[in-house]
Design a protein. Structure first.
Length: 95
């Protein structure tokens, strides 16, 4: 098992704890990043490394289509529950 795969598995295994402890503090930053990006209404947004979908949720306004990609299935399970308006794909985007 590679170091990258161990990291992905670790994020997947600890996803619920991450969502409860880290995600709340990151929401404010995600909103600020989306505001600075000056996204336009109706744009298609790719959130690479979406995790629990915090960035996807912040982007999902003004008729935007948001796709979040992550390799950690546990994180994506939370994202799909928390951000039903976005599409989430499990993939190794390093290849």
């Amino acid at each position: 098992m590679t170091g990258w795969r161990r990291a992905v598995d670790g994020f997947s295994e600890t996803a619920e704890n991450y969502a409860a402890t880290m995600a709340p503090s990151l929401r404010t930053m995600a909103v600020a990043v989306v505001q600075r990006a000056k996204l336009q209404a109706g744009e298609r947004i790719l959130d690479a490394g979406t995790g629990t979908g915090i960035g996807a949720a912040a982007s999902l306004t003004s008729g935007r289509e948001v796709v979040g990609v992550d390799a950690a299935a546990g994180m994506l399970a939370i994202a799909r529950t928390e951000v039903p308006g976005a599409q989430f794909v499990e993939a190794d985007y390093t290849k």
